[in-house]
Design a protein around this ligand. Structure first.
Ligand code: 2P0
Length: 326
């Protein structure tokens, strides 16, 4: 029998409708722009953390493989912060897996670090408030701050933690995700942001314009105005990509399949279905629409050449514990 206290948490991925791209302070991992996201019910990370006095180093297994190098360091850094808060030196065993294709580059760090913060705090016997957990997760990966909460979530400019702005049940939207043929291995978000900030003449313009777009996105969410939300979120995504495209060398996450899917979404819109695209640090296209329209949108994307699979997700809940014991 092990003396380990083992805790499991589940957190959901999120997709930003007002994008975060760029850091104001790299050491503090403080974003240069505010962001707003939608938590996704269908994309989950499940993370188990065991506090084990018998260990002399943290053990980290991600999707069945022992983590090494930078991936392990990011996890250990978060655990160190939790240990400092818990005034503990106990080593931890972490096992995390995603129920969605990680290799496809679908926001796995957001749900992974959110689940890790929640499970880790409980494994150390210091249940922290969601805002505190969100701040801890933000320092590991800023988008992870948003995955502690369900529904629509904001991470305001200069804020330590994210906060929910509208409940999942308040507005039944869906997100349809077209996983496109994977191109060359993509540059990590952290590296891509640094490169954009260092070399793109459009980066200052992006940072200057993002707060007003964020305000527009937040207002549209509060008013539950899909047309307004869609227009502002498409501009946020494209403005972010414009800043990357102007870097040297250019950071091109979009592929020909991405452009085809965007065109299909515009065609759906012309035909009367409110549907709006967004793209992150990869070629996949995520489409926001009414829940009732999701199957039709999914069908339209499935038939496109180069689309490997299509996932449909409703709006997800906050991160939660699924098991706690000692
Ligand atoms: C977002 N992305 O707002 C943006 C849009 C990708 C494009 O947040 O360096 O993994 O760990 O804080 O949060 C992905 O970047 O970056 C991201 P770090 P993160 O969702």
């Amino acid at each position: 029998m092990s003396a380990a206290r083992s805790v499991t948490a589940v957190a959901h991925a999120n997709i930003a409708l007002a994008k975060y791209w760029g850091k104001a302070d790299t050491a503090a991992n403080m974003p240069a722009v505010p962001s707003l996201s939608l938590t996704l019910a269908a994309l989950r990370s499940t993370t188990t953390v065991s506090a084990d006095p018998a260990l002399d180093a943290d053990e980290v297994t991600l999707d069945g493989a022992v983590a090494t190098g930078r991936a392990r360091e990011r996890v250990v850094r978060l655990l160190d912060e939790l240990r400092a808060l818990a005034r503990s030196t106990v080593r931890l065993c972490v096992r995390s897996h995603n129920d969605f294709p990680t290799a496809a580059g679908l926001a796995s760090s957001a749900s992974g670090f959110a689940a890790l913060a929640l499970a880790g705090a409980h494994a150390l016997g210091t249940p922290l408030a969601p805002a505190k957990l969100s701040a801890v997760a933000r320092r590991a990966s800023a988008s992870a701050a948003r995955s502690l909460f369900g529904g629509f979530v904001v991470l305001r400019l200069g804020a330590d933690a994210a906060e929910p702005v509208l409940d999942a049940a308040a507005w039944p939207l869906a997100m349809v995700i077209a996983v496109t043929a994977s191109g060359p291995k993509s540059v990590s978000s952290t590296d891509g942001m640094g490169h954009t900030r260092a070399t793109s003449p459009y980066y200052p313009a992006w940072v200057a314009a993002a707060p007003a777009l964020f305000d527009e996105v937040e207002r549209a969410v509060r008013e539950r105005d899909l047309e307004k939300l869609g227009a502002a979120s498409e501009q946020s995504a494209l403005m972010m990509h414009a800043s990357m495209l102007a870097a040297r060398p250019a950071l091109v996450y979009l592929s020909p399949v991405t452009l085809r899917a965007m065109e299909r979404v515009r065609a759906l819109r012309s035909a009367g279905t409110p549907a709006f695209y967004t793209m992150d640090a990869g070629p996949h296209v995520k489409v926001l629409c009414e829940a009732a329209a999701a199957e039709g949108v999914a069908e339209a994307l499935r038939s496109l050449e180069g689309v490997e699979r299509v996932l449909v997700s409703g709006i997800g809940p906050a991160a939660q514990l699924v098991e706690a014991g000692s």
